[in-house]
Design a protein around this ligand. Sequence first.
Ligand code: MN
Length: 296
Amino acid sequence: MAGLKLITFADAAGSRVGVLLDGARVLDLGAAMPPARGMIALIEAGSAALATVRALAANPPAAAVLPLSSVALQAPIPQPRRNVFCVGRNYMDHVAEGDRTRGITNSEVPKYPQFFTKAADTVIAPGASVPSHAGVTQWLDYEVELVAVIGTAGRDIPKEKALDHVFGWTIGNDVTGRDLQRRHGQWFKGKSLDRSCPMGPVIVPREDLDASDLAIGLKINGEQRQSSRTSKMIFDVTEIIHQLSAGFTLLPGDVIMTGTPEGVGYAMQPPQTMKTGDVMELEIEGIGTLTNAIGD
Ligand code: MN
Protein backbone atom coordinates (compact mmCIF):
# COMPACT_ATOMS: atom_id res chain seq x y z
CA MET A 1 0.00 0.00 0.00
CA ALA A 2 1.32 3.41 -0.90
CA GLY A 3 1.52 5.78 2.04
CA LEU A 4 -0.85 8.66 2.63
CA LYS A 5 0.66 11.85 1.21
CA LEU A 6 -0.32 14.87 3.30
CA ILE A 7 0.30 18.31 1.83
CA THR A 8 -0.15 21.97 2.56
CA PHE A 9 -1.22 23.94 -0.49
CA ALA A 10 -2.52 27.35 -1.45
CA ASP A 11 -4.74 28.87 -4.10
CA ALA A 12 -6.80 32.04 -4.36
CA ALA A 13 -8.90 30.85 -1.39
CA GLY A 14 -5.83 30.67 0.85
CA SER A 15 -3.64 28.03 2.45
CA ARG A 16 -4.95 24.71 3.77
CA VAL A 17 -4.08 21.06 4.19
CA GLY A 18 -4.88 18.26 1.80
CA VAL A 19 -3.93 14.88 0.46
CA LEU A 20 -2.06 14.26 -2.77
CA LEU A 21 -4.34 11.59 -4.24
CA ASP A 22 -2.25 10.71 -7.28
CA GLY A 23 -0.01 12.56 -9.67
CA ALA A 24 -2.67 15.04 -10.66
CA ARG A 25 -5.40 15.37 -7.99
CA VAL A 26 -5.59 16.95 -4.55
CA LEU A 27 -8.14 16.24 -1.82
CA ASP A 28 -8.91 19.60 -0.20
CA LEU A 29 -9.33 18.89 3.50
CA GLY A 30 -10.42 22.49 4.02
CA ALA A 31 -13.54 21.60 2.04
CA ALA A 32 -13.89 17.98 3.16
CA MET A 33 -13.44 18.29 6.92
CA PRO A 34 -13.75 21.93 8.01
CA PRO A 35 -12.26 23.57 9.84
CA ALA A 36 -8.88 22.25 8.76
CA ARG A 37 -6.60 24.89 10.20
CA GLY A 38 -3.26 23.77 8.94
CA MET A 39 -0.86 20.89 9.31
CA ILE A 40 0.15 21.50 12.94
CA ALA A 41 -3.54 21.58 13.95
CA LEU A 42 -4.10 18.34 12.04
CA ILE A 43 -1.12 16.75 13.80
CA GLU A 44 -2.39 17.92 17.18
CA ALA A 45 -5.87 16.52 16.43
CA GLY A 46 -4.34 13.08 16.76
CA SER A 47 -5.13 9.63 15.45
CA ALA A 48 -8.90 10.11 15.16
CA ALA A 49 -8.39 13.03 12.77
CA LEU A 50 -5.85 11.07 10.76
CA ALA A 51 -8.33 8.18 10.51
CA THR A 52 -10.90 10.63 9.13
CA VAL A 53 -8.37 11.83 6.57
CA ARG A 54 -7.63 8.26 5.52
CA ALA A 55 -11.33 7.51 5.06
CA LEU A 56 -11.79 10.65 2.95
CA ALA A 57 -8.72 9.86 0.86
CA ALA A 58 -10.00 6.34 0.22
CA ASN A 59 -13.34 7.68 -0.98
CA PRO A 60 -12.81 11.34 -1.85
CA PRO A 61 -15.94 13.48 -2.18
CA ALA A 62 -15.92 14.93 -5.70
CA ALA A 63 -16.64 18.45 -4.48
CA ALA A 64 -13.40 18.43 -2.47
CA VAL A 65 -11.10 17.22 -5.26
CA LEU A 66 -8.97 19.77 -7.08
CA PRO A 67 -6.54 19.40 -9.97
CA LEU A 68 -2.97 19.61 -8.68
CA SER A 69 -2.31 22.13 -11.45
CA SER A 70 -4.75 24.58 -9.83
CA VAL A 71 -2.85 24.83 -6.54
CA ALA A 72 0.63 25.72 -5.32
CA LEU A 73 2.32 23.30 -2.96
CA GLN A 74 3.74 24.84 0.18
CA ALA A 75 6.15 23.27 2.64
CA PRO A 76 4.09 20.72 4.61
CA ILE A 77 4.66 22.86 7.71
CA PRO A 78 5.11 26.28 6.09
CA GLN A 79 5.99 28.08 9.31
CA PRO A 80 7.39 25.86 12.06
CA ARG A 81 6.68 27.26 15.51
CA ARG A 82 10.37 27.30 16.32
CA ASN A 83 13.71 26.56 14.76
CA VAL A 84 14.32 23.56 12.54
CA PHE A 85 16.36 21.09 14.59
CA CYS A 86 19.28 19.52 12.74
CA VAL A 87 21.96 16.90 13.21
CA GLY A 88 25.38 17.41 11.61
CA ARG A 89 27.91 14.74 10.62
CA ASN A 90 25.47 11.82 10.94
CA TYR A 91 26.64 9.59 8.07
CA MET A 92 30.18 8.21 8.41
CA ASP A 93 31.06 8.65 4.73
CA HIS A 94 30.02 12.31 5.02
CA VAL A 95 32.12 12.74 8.18
CA ALA A 96 35.10 11.29 6.30
CA GLU A 97 34.67 13.45 3.20
CA GLY A 98 34.47 16.56 5.36
CA ASP A 99 37.55 15.55 7.32
CA ARG A 100 39.47 14.96 4.08
CA THR A 101 38.98 18.62 3.10
CA ARG A 102 40.91 19.46 6.30
CA GLY A 103 43.62 16.87 5.69
CA ILE A 104 42.26 14.38 8.24
CA THR A 105 42.35 10.82 6.97
CA ASN A 106 41.57 8.83 10.14
CA SER A 107 38.07 10.05 10.96
CA GLU A 108 36.56 9.22 14.32
CA VAL A 109 32.96 8.20 14.70
CA PRO A 110 31.16 11.01 16.57
CA LYS A 111 30.25 9.97 20.13
CA TYR A 112 27.18 12.21 20.41
CA PRO A 113 24.80 13.77 17.86
CA GLN A 114 25.93 17.24 16.82
CA PHE A 115 22.79 19.38 17.16
CA PHE A 116 22.31 22.78 15.57
CA THR A 117 19.32 24.71 14.20
CA LYS A 118 18.14 26.66 11.20
CA ALA A 119 15.82 29.62 11.78
CA ALA A 120 12.14 28.64 11.42
CA ASP A 121 11.53 31.09 8.61
CA THR A 122 14.25 29.62 6.40
CA VAL A 123 11.66 26.99 5.37
CA ILE A 124 10.40 27.35 1.78
CA ALA A 125 8.09 25.43 -0.52
CA PRO A 126 8.84 22.79 -3.13
CA GLY A 127 9.62 24.63 -6.34
CA ALA A 128 10.44 27.92 -4.61
CA SER A 129 13.79 29.47 -5.46
CA VAL A 130 16.75 29.53 -3.09
CA PRO A 131 18.67 32.82 -3.36
CA SER A 132 22.26 32.48 -4.51
CA HIS A 133 23.29 34.88 -1.72
CA ALA A 134 26.13 35.96 -4.00
CA GLY A 135 28.33 38.43 -2.15
CA VAL A 136 27.48 36.83 1.21
CA THR A 137 28.70 33.30 0.51
CA GLN A 138 31.03 32.09 -2.22
CA TRP A 139 30.29 28.49 -1.42
CA LEU A 140 26.61 27.56 -1.51
CA ASP A 141 26.03 23.83 -0.99
CA TYR A 142 23.18 21.31 -0.75
CA GLU A 143 22.33 18.47 1.68
CA VAL A 144 19.50 15.96 1.24
CA GLU A 145 18.04 14.85 4.59
CA LEU A 146 15.26 12.71 5.98
CA VAL A 147 13.05 14.89 8.19
CA ALA A 148 11.15 13.53 11.18
CA VAL A 149 8.00 15.50 12.03
CA ILE A 150 7.09 15.29 15.71
CA GLY A 151 3.50 14.25 16.48
CA THR A 152 3.19 14.23 20.25
CA ALA A 153 5.04 16.25 22.86
CA GLY A 154 7.62 14.59 25.03
CA ARG A 155 10.71 15.06 27.16
CA ASP A 156 13.29 12.47 28.23
CA ILE A 157 11.93 10.11 25.58
CA PRO A 158 13.46 6.61 25.73
CA LYS A 159 14.71 5.12 22.47
CA GLU A 160 12.07 2.40 22.48
CA LYS A 161 9.29 5.02 22.68
CA ALA A 162 10.82 7.50 20.23
CA LEU A 163 8.90 6.47 17.12
CA ASP A 164 5.62 6.85 19.06
CA HIS A 165 6.39 10.59 19.07
CA VAL A 166 6.91 10.80 15.29
CA PHE A 167 3.95 11.91 13.19
CA GLY A 168 5.60 11.31 9.83
CA TRP A 169 8.42 11.85 7.39
CA THR A 170 9.33 14.43 4.79
CA ILE A 171 12.41 15.62 2.87
CA GLY A 172 14.57 18.62 3.72
CA ASN A 173 17.41 20.38 1.91
CA ASP A 174 19.91 21.86 4.38
CA VAL A 175 21.30 24.52 2.04
CA THR A 176 24.53 25.81 3.54
CA GLY A 177 27.02 28.62 3.03
CA ARG A 178 30.18 26.57 3.67
CA ASP A 179 32.53 29.52 4.06
CA LEU A 180 30.18 31.07 6.64
CA GLN A 181 29.77 27.73 8.42
CA ARG A 182 33.55 27.53 8.89
CA ARG A 183 34.24 31.21 9.50
CA HIS A 184 31.86 31.60 12.43
CA GLY A 185 32.67 28.45 14.39
CA GLN A 186 29.06 27.94 15.44
CA TRP A 187 27.14 26.70 12.41
CA PHE A 188 24.03 28.86 12.75
CA LYS A 189 25.23 31.66 10.45
CA GLY A 190 26.11 29.38 7.55
CA LYS A 191 22.93 27.35 8.00
CA SER A 192 20.32 30.10 8.36
CA LEU A 193 20.54 32.16 5.20
CA ASP A 194 17.10 33.35 4.08
CA ARG A 195 15.11 30.69 2.21
CA SER A 196 17.80 28.04 2.78
CA CYS A 197 15.54 25.20 3.92
CA PRO A 198 13.34 23.73 1.15
CA MET A 199 11.00 21.14 2.64
CA GLY A 200 8.38 18.73 1.28
CA PRO A 201 6.67 17.88 -0.95
CA VAL A 202 4.55 15.68 1.36
CA ILE A 203 4.45 14.19 4.83
CA VAL A 204 3.98 10.42 4.86
CA PRO A 205 2.64 9.23 8.23
CA ARG A 206 4.99 7.10 10.29
CA GLU A 207 2.53 4.18 10.29
CA ASP A 208 2.76 4.08 6.48
CA LEU A 209 6.53 4.11 6.05
CA ASP A 210 9.40 2.41 7.87
CA ALA A 211 12.09 5.07 7.42
CA SER A 212 14.97 3.02 8.84
CA ASP A 213 16.39 1.85 5.48
CA LEU A 214 15.26 4.08 2.61
CA ALA A 215 17.17 5.10 -0.50
CA ILE A 216 18.14 8.78 -0.18
CA GLY A 217 19.71 10.82 -2.95
CA LEU A 218 20.21 14.16 -4.65
CA LYS A 219 20.88 15.33 -8.20
CA ILE A 220 22.24 18.66 -9.40
CA ASN A 221 21.10 19.47 -12.93
CA GLY A 222 20.38 15.77 -13.43
CA GLU A 223 23.80 14.61 -12.19
CA GLN A 224 23.64 12.20 -9.24
CA ARG A 225 25.69 13.71 -6.39
CA GLN A 226 24.37 11.94 -3.28
CA SER A 227 23.13 8.34 -3.09
CA SER A 228 22.90 6.41 0.16
CA ARG A 229 20.47 4.75 2.54
CA THR A 230 18.97 6.05 5.78
CA SER A 231 20.23 2.88 7.49
CA LYS A 232 23.73 4.39 7.28
CA MET A 233 22.95 7.08 9.87
CA ILE A 234 25.41 7.01 12.79
CA PHE A 235 22.60 8.00 15.19
CA ASP A 236 19.27 6.67 13.99
CA VAL A 237 16.00 8.54 14.43
CA THR A 238 15.25 6.88 17.76
CA GLU A 239 18.66 7.85 19.15
CA ILE A 240 18.32 11.41 17.83
CA ILE A 241 14.92 11.87 19.49
CA HIS A 242 16.15 10.24 22.70
CA GLN A 243 19.15 12.55 22.96
CA LEU A 244 17.48 15.75 21.70
CA SER A 245 14.58 15.30 24.14
CA ALA A 246 16.84 14.84 27.17
CA GLY A 247 15.75 17.72 29.41
CA PHE A 248 14.17 19.42 26.38
CA THR A 249 10.50 19.12 25.46
CA LEU A 250 9.75 18.32 21.83
CA LEU A 251 6.42 19.67 20.54
CA PRO A 252 3.92 18.62 17.86
CA GLY A 253 5.00 20.04 14.51
CA ASP A 254 8.68 20.24 15.40
CA VAL A 255 10.84 19.21 12.45
CA ILE A 256 14.13 17.37 12.87
CA MET A 257 16.60 17.11 9.99
CA THR A 258 18.58 13.91 10.49
CA GLY A 259 21.80 14.62 8.60
CA THR A 260 23.09 14.19 5.08
CA PRO A 261 25.07 11.39 3.42
CA GLU A 262 28.28 11.82 1.44
CA GLY A 263 28.49 13.62 -1.89
CA VAL A 264 28.19 17.28 -0.91
CA GLY A 265 29.75 19.80 -3.26
CA TYR A 266 32.47 21.15 -0.98
CA ALA A 267 34.07 17.71 -0.63
CA MET A 268 34.20 17.02 -4.38
CA GLN A 269 37.47 17.14 -6.32
CA PRO A 270 37.58 19.89 -7.34
CA PRO A 271 35.07 21.42 -4.88
CA GLN A 272 31.76 22.44 -6.42
CA THR A 273 29.50 25.31 -5.47
CA MET A 274 26.02 26.14 -6.73
CA LYS A 275 25.13 29.03 -9.00
CA THR A 276 22.01 30.74 -10.27
CA GLY A 277 19.95 28.35 -12.38
CA ASP A 278 21.16 25.12 -10.79
CA VAL A 279 18.34 22.65 -10.12
CA MET A 280 18.41 20.47 -6.99
CA GLU A 281 16.33 17.27 -7.04
CA LEU A 282 16.14 15.44 -3.73
CA GLU A 283 14.55 12.01 -3.54
CA ILE A 284 13.72 9.69 -0.66
CA GLU A 285 12.13 6.34 -1.37
CA GLY A 286 8.47 6.23 -0.32
CA ILE A 287 8.20 10.01 0.18
CA GLY A 288 8.86 11.60 -3.20
CA THR A 289 10.99 14.23 -4.88
CA LEU A 290 11.71 17.75 -3.65
CA THR A 291 12.88 20.07 -6.42
CA ASN A 292 14.17 23.63 -6.01
CA ALA A 293 16.39 25.86 -8.12
CA ILE A 294 18.95 28.49 -7.22
CA GLY A 295 17.62 31.95 -8.06
CA ASP A 296 19.37 35.30 -8.30
MN1 MN B 1 22.70 19.04 7.31
